[in-house]
Design a protein around this ligand. Sequence first.
Ligand code: THU
Length: 168
Amino acid sequence: MSKMVFMSKKEFHFSFDVHSSDKELNAADNALLNEARKVTKNAYAPYSNFHVGAVAKLSNGETVVGTNQENASYPVGICAERVLLSSIASRYPGQSVDTIAISYDNKNGKSNEPVSPCGICRQSLLEYEERTKHPIRLILSGLTGEVIVLEKASQLLPLAFGGNDLRS
Ligand code: THU
């Protein structure tokens, strides 16, 4: 006789585009990515030597930049993505974001493949999508090489904790 089983399986799935270089992007995405690459020079990263640049194209057409800002007291440092989101929310409150391009210049090594946002930044991106009710596309690439395009930043954080979990 078989046992009663109440467990169910669920799956999380998402797909994303991988381009072999920025040449395969449309003109707007290419321009945004190259701004992110350029703005890495404004990062303050004397401890890690890992200079990150993030540039957002807002739904109102404006562009806002962010870079990582480190500190001798290491945990005080802030990632480029959260510098960027804080700046957007302060300058254009309530404004949704269509796309964020993120690049980096690793002064200790290579910068030729995409990196994706750290865990804390994924949580911040999710909250920004939720508060503006608008998905944020991500364009990820180093200074050269492959480019990843994701349609919704929060896909990077499955089974996320969010504002709804705090409601009574
Ligand atoms: N960093 C970012 O700014 N964004 C990321 O997505 C990954 C990491 C920064 C934090 C720190 O200043 C340096 O890169 C090395 O971790």
